[in-house]
Structures are given as structure tokens and as C-alpha cells.
Design a protein around this ligand. Sequence first.
Ligand code: NAI
Ligand code: MG
Length: 337
Amino acid sequence: MAIEITVIPGDGIGPEVTSATLEVLNAAGADLTYDEQLGGVSALESVGSPLPDATLDSIRRTRIALKGPLTTPSGSGFRSVNVALRKEFDLYANVRPARTLFGGGRYDDIDLVLIRENTEGLYVGVEHFIGVGDDARAAAESVMIVTRHGTERIVRYAFEYARTHGRKKVTVAHKANILKYTQGLILDVARDVAEDYPDIEFEDRIIDATAMWLVLDPYRFDVLVMENMFGDILSDLMAGLVGGLGFAPAANIGLDTAMFEAVHGSAPDIAGQGVANPTSLLLSACMMLDHVDQGDVAHRIRTAIGTVLRNGDVRTRDMGGTDGTAAYTAAVVRALG
Ligand code: NAI
Ligand code: MG
């Protein structure tokens, strides 16, 4: 029986990369049906809420969502719908693979996975201004929340992921030298959890040095695990190692619900022009297919993407080419055979 999933096309380039992704899923024979729902600025404008109840109800029913990027206003305005969705469904593990798909970039044969804690840290949004004299915004504070429970389950997820995917090493990246309580707790818990996995190499590394080593010698890493904001920043850095945000998929995994999305945002600078690279969302959809036991379809799609990228005659702008989303998508569909 076909599996029903919630699809949120989202904002900016979201609708463009979502329709490209659905076109490939259908051509590849994915056994899915789609419940399309609104989210983000487009939802705010059409139904008055960036996260409508109908969208939440749909995900509660299907337990699986494929989501395009959602625009979040900077500074003021509504809080991130992405963060709200991750919290609502307790999607605690954000799995972000960075794998080289075509040569000619800074490095060849990159194959890394970043596991980002998705529900705690600074992104819980516990913030306030502090007034001094007549300046109501003289200072501001954000609180970083780290729990033993939250840390243990994300570090354990990283080790389990390493085990089931035949990986050799887990690196926890932290800043325990400066933030002795929050980051110190992460380091302590990680060391404890690591003892349960003697078959997997474990190391801890300071986050800033990790950033340098990722650029200088990414091959020394395998699976990386870190708190929310560090993971947000380093996953974009790792996308840069494999050709940019156009090649960076992500899975947000909870106990009973999962949401698949690209690492990139709504790219307002290129939205509506038909030039976005849909590969990130397409690879996210492949992670979704793996998740619902349609790994054979995922494999066909990944192989087709690899064929198109290796041939090199159809390339979107971010790959140095001149083709649009539609031409690239058509090439992937043709390569499915
Ligand atoms: P962005 O990821 O949207 O764009 C950064 C740069 O990468 C831009 O130059 C863009 O053109 C390029 N880019 C991104 N995806 C691309 C693709 N598929 N093909 C070709 N080029 C691509 O980041 P930005 O501009 O900082 O954020 C824009 C909006 O997206 C903001 O409102 C932000 O809050 C939101 N955002 C949403 C995310 C989500 O829904 N998960 C994740 C990140 C940002
Ligand atoms: Mg990000």
C-alpha cells in the first residue's frame, strides 16, 4: 500500500525544488501519496499563520513530512517554523550527510555525516532584552539549555548510526574549555556514552579547531555530533566541501515522526527564476525513501543523479552551468532509464 506523506513546498525556491523532487519521485516509481500543506511566509500570507493547524494535523497523521525551506524573518517577526516543527514532534536528531557527488570541487571523495542536536542549546529561543536607563534594548541575553537526557540520546544516536552504517569513528565537537557547564555536560555525557561503543573510535575536539580541520583535512573525520547551533554552522561549512548548499540533504528524526528537508534556506536571491538546484531536496527525499523501506527507489534516484553529474552536460548555475531547474530535473528523469 502506498505510504501517505505530508508535503510542505514552503517559501522562495521551495515550490520549485519541491515540484522537481516530486516529478523525480513519481518517475522513479516511489510508492507514495502526497498531502500538500502550507508553511512559512506563504502560509502566513494565505491563511494568517506561518504554521497552520491543518499542517500540524497532517504531520500528526502521516508521521512523515517532506518540507521545502521556510523563510524566517531576522531579528523581529515570527519565530522559526522549522524550530517549532522540530520541537513539536521532538525531532531530536538532525542527520546531515556531506558526500562528494561530482569531482572538480575543493576535495574528492568526501563522505561525512554530521549529527546535530535539534531541540536544545541556544535555539530554544529563551531570550530577552535588558533595559538600562531609557534604553529598553541596552543588552540582550539568550540562554543555552543542555540536558543530560537530550545529550545522551543524541550522542547515542550518533554511535548507533555509526554502527548501523559501518562507520569507524565518532567525533564530538564542543566548547567545554570556555562554557564549562553547558558544553562541559555535553563532553562528560559523550565520554560516558562512548564507553558503551568500544567498537567505534571516539574523540572529542574543540569546535573552532574542528572547523579548521574540516577545511584543512576533512578525511580525518567520519561521524560528527554536536549541539544545535554548532551543528547548524558546521553543516553549511560541510556543504561547502561538496559543492555547496545545492548538495546538502537532511533528515530530522524523532521517536515516531520524521521530517526531511534540504539544509539550505528559501534562497530569496534566486527564487522564482527557475534556476535553483533541486538536488538537496531530492537527496533528502532519498533519505525519506530509505526511512520508509523504499531504499531500492532511493538507490535508483541517487544513481541517476550521479550519472547526470558525471556526464556534466546538464548543470545548474551553482554547479558552474547554465541550465535551469526544469532541464536538470528532466535529465535526472531520463537517467532513471
Ligand atoms: P539560503 O540557504 O537560502 O541561501 C544561501 C545562498 O545559497 C544563496 O546565495 C542562495 O541562492 C544559495 N542557494 C541555496 N540553496 C540553493 C539551491 N538549491 N540552488 C542554488 N543555490 C542555492 O540562506 P539565506 O539566504 O541565509 O536564508 C534565506 C531564508 O531561508 C531565511 O529566511 C532563512 O531563515 C531561511 N532558512 C530556512 C531553512 C529551512 O527552512 N530549513 C534553513 C536555512 C535558512
Ligand atoms: Mg542552517
